[in-house]
Design a protein around this ligand. Structure first.
Ligand code: ZN
Length: 109
């Protein structure tokens, strides 16, 4: 679906900017993206299935950087974080849905 095709993905200081084919524009903060990480591990943490996991502090998010973006086929990207976490594969559709539900909507891109 054309709506879910990004034309440009750019790494900002604290957020990921995505320009979409239908000229919609997203700005997703790294904190928000990481909190929504779709990998199995983070999923388990969010559902409270891992009682030994300590939830990350604000400090953790302040220092968190996106260090790598890898294209996965035609439909997704894998995000690599400064703490070494890189199992989250974000489909374009997921990113688009995230940005439409994000607390902050950008004015322009
Ligand atoms: Zn994860």
């Amino acid at each position: 679906m054309q709506k879910f095709q990004p034309t440009r993905i750019e790494r900002g200081d604290t957020s990921l900017e995505i320009q979409w084919k239908d000229s919609y524009c997203s700005e997703l903060s790294y904190r928000f993206l990481r909190e929504k990480c779709p990998c199995a591990h983070c999923d388990a943490v969010r559902l409270g299935k891992d009682p030994f996991h300590i939830l990350p502090s604000d400090d953790f998010f302040d220092n968190l950087r996106l260090v790598d973006i890898q294209r996965v086929g035609r439909y997704a990207v894998r995000l690599g974080w400064s703490d070494g976490h890189r199992t989250g594969i974000y489909t374009f559709q997921f990113l688009r849905e995230l940005s439409e539900s994000a607390p902050k909507t950008p004015d322009v891109c």
